[in-house]
Design a protein around this ligand. Structure first.
Ligand code: ASP
Ligand code: MG
Length: 424
């Protein structure tokens, strides 16, 4: 007997038939004698629709801007999950299962005051657990919580993953199953490389890198939480037959387990290849090489909420001038250039150059910590395909390479095969 949190994303609850199918997945675990909490997203497309309404109403009402009260944004967009939690509870009841819905404020899931992008501070799972022990399934509306102002808050787009992992941590669940429209985490994007393989296991740290780099299976924050609280998290498909053999396997259900690296016995050097599109590169030429230049550049960019990613600084030849190159999302490039222009005197550079439409491909693997030559293999493979490298950054478990946009798919496939990820 175990305690399990099951989370279903938007496509898994997209309509009444899909919700009924979700209820069958839940029934399987209940029939096996487990204590179950379910976390649901809004029906797919619903949150986008709600966000659109919030953005448009100020103008429709006569304002000449589209600025709105973030607390009311949350009041509106949290409603999608309220609907699906109630519907699933009813579907479960119709199958003879004792179930009830829980809104974030009823548990409560306490968050900070950052409406629209709130962070969970505390979950009091006491009452929920008491009822789960009595055999009642808790159906929790994901994505939402209760702010210090006692108003509904939401956790940022994709936040129901984070709700699920946080609840799993709070109720000390044995497992958190994230049911989605893919059947696991792959070595790379299968739409680019059909030979991509589903991973049996991936370490929290690796998954964190994959998610930050645009593998959109999970909200990044949920992976951080899973890592901190060591929540064994499975990514699996809700589209498989709920009663197919093996679906109820407690230790090895079909899907990818995100877990502590100690649990991964056969460690590969490289686990996956990720990519992030629409990067822009900005270079400041002939900067004064003195203490404080980096602060003068990145301080104002941070204040303008521009997310700087790769940063490369050259060693100056004579100790007086140097170059600094960094990347930002293409959408922020114009704003970044404006900020740099406004601060030209203070920073003290000669010219600024920029280029948009670049792609960052990354090689990820905890095995890199103990293996030499991983980067050299990537550089050689890309060179053989004539792909030019514009910038490189590395961490203990990741090599990121910036290249021209049109080479993205070739680079991903090249890196995927040079580490043997397509054979296994
Ligand atoms: N419904 C919310 C969204 O679309 C939360 C989620 O699905 O995770 O962002
Ligand atoms: Mg999602």
């Amino acid at each position: 007997m175990a305690r399990i949190v099951m989370k279903f994303g938007g496509t898994s609850v997209a309509d009444l038939d899909r919700i009924k199918n979700v209820a069958r997945h839940v029934k399987r675990e209940v029939d096996a004698g487990h204590e179950v909490a379910v976390v649901v997203s809004a029906m797919s497309g619903k949150t986008n629709e709600l966000v659109g309404w919030v953005q448009n109403i100020p103008k429709v009402a006569g304002a000449n801007h589209s600025i709105y009260d973030a607390r009311e944004y949350d009041a509106v967009v949290a409603s999608g999950e309220q609907v699906t939690s109630g519907l699933l509870a009813i579907a479960l009841q119709a199958m003879g299962i004792n179930a009830r819905s829980w809104q974030g404020w009823q548990i409560p899931i306490r968050t900070d005051n950052a409406h629209g992008a709130a962070r969970i501070l505390d979950i009091d799972g006491g009452e929920m657990v008491r009822r789960m022990k009595e055999g009642q399934v808790a159906v929790v509306a994901g994505f939402q919580g209760l702010g210090p102002d006692n108003r509904v808050s939401t956790l940022g787009r994709g936040g129901s993953d984070t709700s699920a992992v946080a609840i799993a941590a709070a109720v000390k669940a044995d497992r958190c199953d994230i049911y989605t429209d893919v059947d696991g985490v792959y070595t790379t994007d299968p739409r680019i490389e059909p030979k991509a393989r589903r991973l049996k296991k991936i370490a929290f740290e690796e998954m964190l890198e994959m998610a930050s780099l645009g593998a959109k299976v999970l909200q990044v924050r949920s992976v951080e939480l899973a890592m901190v609280f060591k929540v064994r998290t499975f990514v699996r498909s809700s589209f498989e037959d709920p009663d197919a053999p093996g679906m109820g396997d407690l230790l090895n259900p079909p899907g990818t387990l995100i877990c502590d690296e100690e649990e991964i016995v056969e460690q590969e050097v490289v686990t996956g290849i990720a990519y992030a599109k629409d990067e822009a590169q900005i270079s400041l030429r002939r900067l004064d090489d003195r203490p404080g230049v980096s602060a003068a550049i990145f301080g104002p960019l941070a204040e303008s909420h521009i997310n700087v990613d790769m940063i490369v600084q050259n060693i100056s030849e004579d100790g007086s001038k140097t170059d600094m190159t960094f990347t930002v999302p293409s959408g922020d490039a114009e704003k970044a250039l404006r900020v740099l222009g406004e601060n030209k005197e203070k920073i003290g550079y000669d010219v600024v150059q920029s280029e948009s439409g670049l792609v960052k491909v990354s090689v990820i693997g905890i095995g890199m910590r103990s293996h030499a030559g991983v980067a050299a293999t990537a550089f050689r493979a890309l060179a053989e395909k004539g792909i030019n490298i514009k910038a490189i950054t590395t961490s203990e478990i990741k090599i990121s390479i910036l290249i021209d946009g049109p080479y993205a798919e070739l680079a991903v496939r090249t890196l995927h095969s040079c580490y043997g990820l397509d054979k296994s």
